[in-house]
Design a protein around this ligand. Structure first.
Ligand code: ADP
Length: 270
């Protein structure tokens, strides 16, 4: 009987192991598929500006006796080259964030400084779009991670808020501390995102229809960078949005200066 019991147990363990292995293989297949999609999408996205630069060069060659036209083509060529540069930069950042290696330059990061740096980066863009950037909320919060990556992530949210908002509107950047987390919200009064698109906007290269027709300069990579950057910091991104009313993206990060860690004796002193 003992033998039978042992055999039965072994069989059940083997079953579970098989299940684990099968699960692991399908996880690997999924990752492999994701990598293939990434390469396919990326090549497709890169083809567009490269093709345009080629065509513009040809057009320029056949317009050499018309300096005005040459200038127009040259301008469009540098715009395409800029776009290509932006695209490759973002693709590199994204693949760095997706790689399993450790984040570099980890340390204590002051949230106030992240917010200030991201705001400064996009002030010119906000001014020319006539959008007011308003900062509010708590001060003095600290998180752990890479300041550079966090500034980029928050900057992407601010850039989107500006780009998808009407002239004369406001974009609010609010910080809120809870006992164990810091929330940084970017709220706009812009075009909003349809419910059906709200999950998908975080996917690589995904752009909602309204955005495609409104702004041709986007890459569809900004939010995917935000998502990966925040999850590498042990946090998450949430989205609330209503078409025509606006969107609020909230980054939630674990707090490094957790006030809950305050010694009991100190708390009881008062
Ligand atoms: P893009 O370069 O197109 O802005 P993102 O990855 O940053 O790429 O955003 C993906 C899509 O999500 C955008 O194309 C747009 O459809 C939508 N989106 C992002 N932020 C906003 C916002 N603040 N308001 C409205 N739509 C937004």
């Amino acid at each position: 009987d003992d033998t039978r019991l042992v055999v039965a147990r072994a069989a059940s363990i083997a079953d579970r192991l098989t299940l684990l292995i099968v699960r692991d293989i399908s996880e690997q297949e999924r990752l492999q598929q994701m990598r293939q999609d990434f390469i396919a999408n990326t090549s497709h996205e890169l083809k567009t500006p490269v093709g345009a630069i080629g065509l513009l060069a040809e057009a320029m060659e056949s317009a050499l006796d018309d300096p005005e036209q040459v200038r127009t083509f040259a301008k469009r060529m540098s715009a395409e080259a800029r776009r290509l540069g932006q695209l490759t930069g973002r693709i590199m950042n994204l693949s760095k964030l997706q790689a399993a290696d450790e984040l570099t330059e980890i340390g204590d990061v002051a949230v106030d400084e992240v917010v200030a740096a991201a705001l400064e980066q996009y002030q010119v863009q906000a001014d020319s779009a006539e959008v007011a950037l308003v900062r509010g909320g708590d001060r003095g919060m600290v998180v752990r991670g890479s300041a550079t990556i966090l500034v980029e992530a928050l900057g992407n949210l601010i850039a989107n808020a500006i780009a998808y908002s009407p002239h004369g509107s406001r974009v609010g950047i609010g910080v809120r501390g809870t006992p164990d987390a810091v929330e940084i919200a970017v709220a706009d009064q812009g075009i909003g995102i349809a419910e059906a698109d709200q999950q998908r906007v975080f996917e690589r290269f995904y752009r909602a229809d309204q955005a495609r027709s409104r702004r041709t300069g986007g890459t569809g990579l900004g939010l995917s960078i935000v998502k990966h950057a925040v999850s590498r910091h042990g946090g998450e991104v949430r989205l609330w949005s209503q078409p025509e009313r606006g969107s609020t993206f909230t980054i939630r990060l674990p707090r490094a200066d957790a006030p809950a860690g305050e010694p009991e004796s100190v708390k009881h002193k008062k």
